[in-house]
Design a protein around this ligand. Structure first.
Ligand code: FAD
Length: 478
C-alpha cells in the first residue's frame, strides 16, 4: 500500500545540485519536491565534503600559526600552554555542518519545497517511489508514489574504491572517515595527491602527523598548471609533507592498529613498504546511481558510470534531466549548483546556460591554489600562441604586511588579442581572488582591461592586476 502525490517537478538528491535546483524551481513557480535519503540536506558537500574539510583546514591553520608563527609577529606564546583539544576541534566542524544543513532545510520551508526524507526509485518515466530508509529519523512512514511531469536526477557521487583495499573507516579511511578520526594519527599515509588528499594531508600535518603522499603520476594536483603544481609540492614539502611520486600502491592491509602498505616505483619497479597508523584512500569519486532504478526506464550510463545527457541535461526522456556529480564534467559543488539553475530554467523556458570553460578550481591548502581557464600545458597542446605574466606575492605590499608571501599570480593571455585565457594563483586567499579571473574570462577581458581597473591598496588583489600588467607590458612593483 502506498499513497500518491503529484508535483510539477521532483528532484532526486538534496546536494548542491539538487537543493539549489529545487529552490530555484520553487522560485520560478513550480510545485517542487526534493527527495533525500541521507537525513540531512546539502549532500556530500555540506555533510562530508567541502564544508567539514574547510572547517578542519581553517582551524588547523589557526592552531599551527599560533604555535609556529606568533613570535615573528611579536606575540609571545608559551607553546606548552597551547593545546589541541581534538574532540572540540571536531565538534567545531560538526557545529557548522549542522548549522548549514539545517539552514537548507529552512530555505526549503521558506520557498515551499516539499521535502521527502527517503530513497527515490524510478517506477516509470513520470513516477518516482519514495521508500522509507530504515533507522532514519523523520523518514517517510510509508512508501509515497510521486507523479511529476518533470524529474531531475541529482544523486551525486561516492568514494571510488581502490582495488584490493578494504576501507574500514577506522584505520583505512576514505575522505569521510578522515574528516571524523578519533585522534591525530602519528603517521598518515595518503593514496592520491589530488585536491582532497592534499587538503586532508595539510590538516593532519599541521596537527602533528607525519604525512606521506603516495601518487602514481609524476606530479601532484591533478589538473593544475604544471608550474603551479611544482611550486605547490615544494611549499607543502617545506611544511613537512613527504611525497612519493610515480609510486604504485600494490596493497594495504590492516594489522591491529597498524596499516602495512606495499608499493612499487612505477618507473624502476623497485619495491618498498611503509607503515602508517591511518591510510587515507583518496583516488577520486564515481557517479552514484545505486537504488535509483535508472535501468527500469532505460537510462544510459557511460563507461565511467555517468548518466548520459545531451546539452540540455536531458536523458533519452526529455522530461528527465541530470545534473551534478552523477553526470559529465568536473565533480565540484559550484558546477553542480550552476547546473541546478540552468536545468530548471530550461524546464521553465527552454533556455539555460553554464560556461564550462570558466569553472574555477580551488585547493584550500596554505597557501591556497586556484585556477580558471586554460593551463599552460593545455595551450601548448592546443597550439595556441600565448604570453605569460607573473607577479610574486613577495613583491605585494599586503602579503608583506601579513608576512604571508609564498606564491605568485600567473596570467596567460592570447599572444595577438591579449585576451585572458587562464589565471593560476598560488598564494594567500587565491580562492577568493580567482573570482576576478572568472569575471574577466566571462566578459572576454584583455590583460590591459584588467590592469586598468583601479584595485584597492594595499590588497592582495593588486598582485592580480600587476600580473596582468606583466602579461602585456611591465609591472610597476617587480
Ligand atoms: P552530492 O553532494 O553527492 O549529493 C547527492 C545527494 O543525493 C546525496 O546527499 C545522496 O544521499 C542523495 N541521493 C543519492 N541517491 C538518492 C536516491 N536514490 N534517493 C534519495 N537521495 C539520493 N567541491 C567543491 O566545489 N569545493 C570543495 O572544496 C570540495 N571539497 C570536497 C571535499 C571532500 C572531502 C569531498 C568528498 C568532496 C568535495 N567537493 C568539493 C566535491 C563536492 O562535494 C561535490 O562536487 C558536490 O557535493 C556534488 O554535488 P551533487 O549535488 O551533484 O551530489
Amino acid at each position: 500500500a502506498y499513497s500518491t502525490k503529484t508535483h510539477d517537478l521532483v528532484v532526486i538528491g538534496g546536494g548542491p545540485a539538487g537543493y539549489v535546483a529545487a529552490i530555484k524551481a520553487a522560485q520560478l513557480g513550480f510545485d517542487t519536491a526534493c527527495i533525500e535519503k541521507r537525513g540531512k540536506l546539502g549532500g556530500t558537500c555540506l555533510n562530508v565534503g567541502c564544508i567539514p574539510s574547510k572547517a578542519l583546514l581553517n582551524n588547523s591553520l589557526f592552531y599551527h600559526q599560533i604555535l609556529t608563527d606568533s613570535k615573528n609577529r611579536g606575540v609571545d606564546v608559551d607553546p606548552k600552554a597551547v593545546g589541541l583539544n581534538f574532540k572540540n576541534f571536531m565538534a567545531a566542524k560538526e557545529k557548522v555542518v549542522n548549522q548549514l544543513t539545517g539552514g537548507v532545510e529552512m530555505l526549503f520551508k521558506k520557498n515551499k519545497v516539499t521535502y521527502y526524507k527517503g530513497e527515490g526509485a524510478f517506477n516509470s518515466e513520470t513516477e518516482v517511489m519514495v521508500k522509507p530508509v530504515e533507522g532514519l529519523k523523520g523518514t517517510v512512514e510509508e512508501e509515497v508514489m510521486l507523479k511529476a511531469k518533470n524529474i531531475l536526477i541529482a544523486t551525486g557521487s561516492e568514494v571510488s574504491p581502490f582495488p584490493g583495499i578494504t576501507i574500514d573507516e577506522e584505520r583505512i579511511v576514505s575522505s569521510t572517515g578522515c574528516l571524523s578520526l578519533n585522534e591525530v594519527p602519528k603517521r598518515l599515509a595518503i593514496i592520491g595527491g589530488g585536491i582532497i588528499g592534499l587538503e586532508m594531508g595539510s590538516v593532519y600535518n599541521r596537527l602533528g602527523s607525519k604525512v606521506t603522499v603516495l601518487e602514481f603520476q609524476p606530479k601532484i594536483g591533478a589538473s593544475m598548471d604544471d608550474e603551479v603544481a611544482t611550486t605547490t609540492q615544494k611549499l607543502l614539502k617545506k611544511q613537512g609533507i613527504n611525497f612519493k611520486l610515480q609510486t604504485k600502491v600494490m596493497s594495504a592491509t590492516r594489522n591491529g592498529d597498524i596499516v602495512n602498505i606495499e608499493m612499487e616505483n612505477a618507473k624502476t619497479g623497485e619495491k618498498e613498504s611503509i607503515e602508517a597508523d591511518v591510510l587515507l584512500v583518496a583516488v577520486g569519486r564515481r557517479p552514484y546511481v545505486q537504488g535509483l532504478n535508472a535501468e527500469k526506464i532505460g537510462l544510459e550510463v557511460d563507461k565511467k558510470g555517468r548518466l548520459v545527457i545531451d546539452d540540455k541535461y536531458s536523458t533519452k526522456h526529455p522530461n528527465i534531466k541530470v545534473i551534478g556529480d552523477v553526470t559529465f564534467g568536473p565533480m565540484l559543488a559550484h558546477k553542480a549548483e550552476e547546473e541546478g539553475i540552468a536545468a530548471v530554467e530550461i524546464f521553465k523556458t527552454g533556455y539555460g546556460h553554464v560556461n564550462y570553460n570558466n569553472i574555477p578550481s580551488v585547493m584550500y591548502s596554505h597557501p591556497e591554489v586556484a585556477w580558471a581557464g586554460k593551463t599552460e600545458q593545455e595551450l601548448k597542446a592546443d597550439g595556441i600562441e600565448y604570453k605569460v605574466g607573473k607577479f610574486p606575492f613577495i613583491a605585494n605590499s599586503r602579503a608583506k604586511t601579513n608576512q604571508d608571501t609564498d606564491g605568485f599570480v600567473k596570467i596567460l593571455i592570447d599572444a595577438k588579442t591579449e585576451r585572458l585565457l587562464g589565471a593560476h594563483i598560488i598564494g594567500p586567499n587565491a580562492g577568493e581572488m580567482i573570482a576576478e579571473a572568472g569575471l574577466a574570462l566571462e566578459y572576454g577581458a584583455s590583460a590591459e582591461d584588467i590592469a586598468r581597473v583601479c584595485h584597492a591598496h594595499p590588497t592582495l588583489s593588486e598582485a592580480f592586476k600587476e600580473a596582468n600588467m606583466a602579461a602585456f607590458d611591465k609591472p610597476i612593483n617587480f
